[in-house]
Design a protein around this ligand. Structure first.
Ligand code: DX5
Ligand code: ZN
Length: 218
């Protein structure tokens, strides 16, 4: 399996110092910068949109991994592509035509991801695997940082098997409640990209690099 990548979720950073926080996370060894977009409709919380991501873009060259928790999603995909997203992940339930949305993301020259809520079955992947570069298995119900990990190792393993069957290097990302302890479990189940907010930001800026390394080496 491919090398483990760490995607710090900026949801837990100091929003009053976004540029500085991005630099610290970049220098601290982040592989992807995970950006959680919430609309107060698909999930019960509101965060930030494309203009904020555009403002963040000049402050790091790292991959912007944009997690869209919005419904409808189609009409906004182009805005996020133009704002500097490298990977755009949509939820399987966001919009009536996820296949079309994934095609649209690819047509914009971006990598396309599909996210599965804890209760979403993996067979939603059946007819879209050729269109995805990333599958995100949510290990909390989306909407908030700091929630407890839901043990879904069987599901992660199922997605890993589906990815292996394609023969393509599709990322298997896990998001929600990731700590050095749960990281061991999700890695063993086949995840190769770990999103983490609380575990990376909770001890302050002096510990970002250490927290990222702990998850990577867990
Ligand atoms: C939750 C978001 C996550 C969140 C993770 O809806 O998608 O990316 O920031 O936060 P932690 O790591 O604290 O569970
Ligand atoms: Zn996320």
């Amino acid at each position: 399996m491919s090398e483990i990548k760490i995607a710090p979720s900026m949801l837990s950073c100091d929003f009053a110092n976004l540029a500085e926080e991005l630099k610290r996370i970049d220098v601290g060894g982040a592989d992807y910068i995970h950006l959680d977009v919430m609309d107060g409709h698909f999930v019960p919380n509101i965060t930030f949109g494309a203009p904020v991501i555009k403002a963040m873009r000049p402050h790091t060259n790292k991959i912007f991994d944009v997690h869209l928790m919005i419904d409808p999603v189609d009409a906004y995909v182009e805005d996020f592509a133009n704002a500097g997203a490298d990977i755009i992940t949509i939820h399987a339930e966001a919009g009536k035509h996820p296949h079309r949305t994934l095609q649209k993301i690819r047509a914009l020259g971006k990598k396309a991801g599909i996210a599965l809520n804890p209760a979403t079955p993996t067979d939603v992947l059946d007819h879209v695997m050729d269109l995805v570069d990333l599958v995100l298995v949510m290990t909390v119900n989306p909407g908030f940082g700091g929630q407890s990990y839901i043990p879904l190792e069987d599901k992660i393993a199922d997605v890993r098997a589906r990815i292996e069957a394609t023969g393509r290097a599709i990322d298997l990302q896990v998001d929600g409640g990731i700590t050095p302890e749960t990281a061991v479990k999700v890695k063993a189940a086949g995840a190769n990209v770990l999103v983490a907010g609380t575990a990376i930001f909770k001890d302050g800026a002096d510990h970002y690099a250490e927290a990222i390394a702990k998850l990577k080496d867990a």
